[in-house]
Design a protein around this ligand. Structure first.
Ligand code: UDP
Length: 445
């Protein structure tokens, strides 16, 4: 098997960050898991990210075969990601200097997020290594959904367009992203591979509700119905929509449903550090359900299984969602998901089989679906089992890393991009080239 040296560039999202705050969410998890599983396939992976702490070591041996390289570019403290663009030339220079100093010449560069895509193309210019790009989120979608509230730099969409047309291959994590890349950005369909994000099926696994509730200190709530939200607390996640739905359901069961809200900038829920908590608390109070909404603060992945498991059903109804890892995590924990039919959610949640899809910004529709689920525990259990099975089949990081490695191999061999789908294997048969042995090791027949 050819051992590749792969550079994952992820300017703002380090695998080492604490998750749940404003700028640390799905991308951090995805880069971390992809790196670990690529290394597991035998590759050497360097994750390049921006130094956010003066005392962070320059190089961290993060996992077997994976290093995190903290590059000096701008101040050594957290900077909001929308203010990072001017720092990218310094980031590029620091990255190139590291590669020369360390003799860590990559065979392939994989950019994550638009600014890293620009850096990746700069590396291609300097080093000749081909570029694969995953955007994780797209500026055109954000502009459309957020309008004036979008604080992205004005250059974002033009830079994304250039990357979409120049990269050797693009990874779309779900069909709606693929469409946006092709229709909105003019990417050549033959260069866009559909490779979904995934979930750590060992860390996120089913647990009984009773054990989970005891573990998180909710035992006193007894057998009452519980709805759980996990994710960053941003306006676009529209947790207010869930609070409104729970308020509509307050007379439907005795006791009324309890909503657990996990996420925020700090471990203890703090409306100063996380203004959205204050907004949601005020909303719950105004709707008479202040005592039915509990904020858990930011929780780290190892604990999340208990929070998902405490719920009868998980919920997420953002205005838009590039992919959405939290629905997959809930499914892996054996819980059905009621989700908004936006972005990646209709791809992961199968309406009527592993949960339900509702329109965004529609508390009545959400209340109706949630009410039906909470009234039927047997159906929740059945859907939870189907959800877990779907995740094991389609959305494991081992599978996703295998598909990504097959994509790298095709790019390096100058072959057509395999039509990689969540359900299957590369459409291009693996030739007897050494590099393709990597794909063969990923579990594909
Ligand atoms: N997350 C976490 N702790 C929290 C809140 C969120 O670990 O308190 C994780 C969550 O489990 C998920 C990620 O942050 O893996 C959020 O990813 P998602 O794709 O759902 O949304 P994004 O944050 O990328 O918008």
């Amino acid at each position: 098997m050819a051992r590749l040296r792969i550079a994952l560039v992820s300017e703002h999202a380090s695998p080492a960050a604490l998750l749940g705050g404003a700028d640390a969410g799905g991308q951090n998890v995805a880069v971390d898991q992809l790196a670990r599983h690529l290394a597991h396939l035998g590759h050497a992976v360097d994750v390049f990210t921006r130094r956010e702490a003066a005392d962070a070591p320059a190089v961290v041996d993060w996992a077997p075969g994976v290093r995190i390289v903290n590059l000096d570019a701008g101040p050594p403290h957290p900077v909001p990601k929308d203010a990072l663009w001017p720092l990218m030339p310094a980031f590029r220079d620091a990255l190139l200097a590291f590669i020369v100093r360390d003799s860590a010449h990559p065979d392939l560069v994989h950019g994550h997020f638009w600014m890293s895509g620009w850096v990746a193309l700069e590396l291609r210019r300097a080093l000749g290594a081909p570029v694969v790009q995953t955007f994780h989120a797209l500026g055109r979608t954000k502009r459309r959904e957020q309008g004036d509230a979008d604080t992205s730099p004005p250059e974002r969409i033009a830079v994304e367009t250039a990357i979409a047309r120049a990269a050797d291959a693009l990874v779309a994590q779900c069909p709606s992203e693929r469409e946006e890349l092709i229709d909105g950005y003019g990417a050549a369909p033959s260069r866009v591979a559909l490779v979904p994000a995934a979930v750590d099926v060992d860390a996120f696994r089913p647990i009984s509700r009773v054990a989970a509730r005891r573990r998180i200190g909710l035992a006193g709530a007894g057998g009452g119905p519980v709805v759980v939200y996990v994710g960053r607390l941003l306006p676009r996640k529209d947790v207010g929509n869930v609070v409104r739905a729970v308020a509509l359901l307050r007379h439907s069961t005795a006791p009324p449903p309890l909503l657990l809200v996990v996420g925020g900038a700090t471990a203890a829920p703090d409306p100063v550090a996380t203004p959205e908590i204050g907004v949601l608390r005020a909303l719950a109070a105004s709707l008479g359900v202040a005592d039915r909404v509990r904020f858990a603060g930011r929780r780290q992945p190892a604990e999340l299984r208990y929070w998902y498991g405490a719920g009868d059903v998980a919920v997420t109804t953002p205005w838009y969602e590039p992919f959405g890892l939290t629905p997959l995590e809930a499914m892996a924990c054996g819980r059905p998901v009621v989700g908004a039919a936006v972005g990646g959610i209709p791809y992961t949640v199968v309406d009527g089989l592993t949960g339900a899809l509702v329109p965004p910004r529609d508390p009545a529709a959400l209340a109706e679906r949630l009410g039906a689920f909470l009234a039927d525990p047997a159906r929740c259990a059945r859907m939870g089992r189907a959800a877990r099975a779907r995740v094991e089949r389609e959305f494991t990081w081992a599978g996703t890393a295998g598909r990504t490695a097959a994509l790298y191999a095709a790019v390096l061999a100058g072959l057509p991009i395999p039509e990689i789908e969540a359900t299957g294997r590369p459409a291009v048969p693996a030739p007897a080239d050494d590099r393709f042995a990597i794909a063969a090791h990923s579990g594909w027949p």
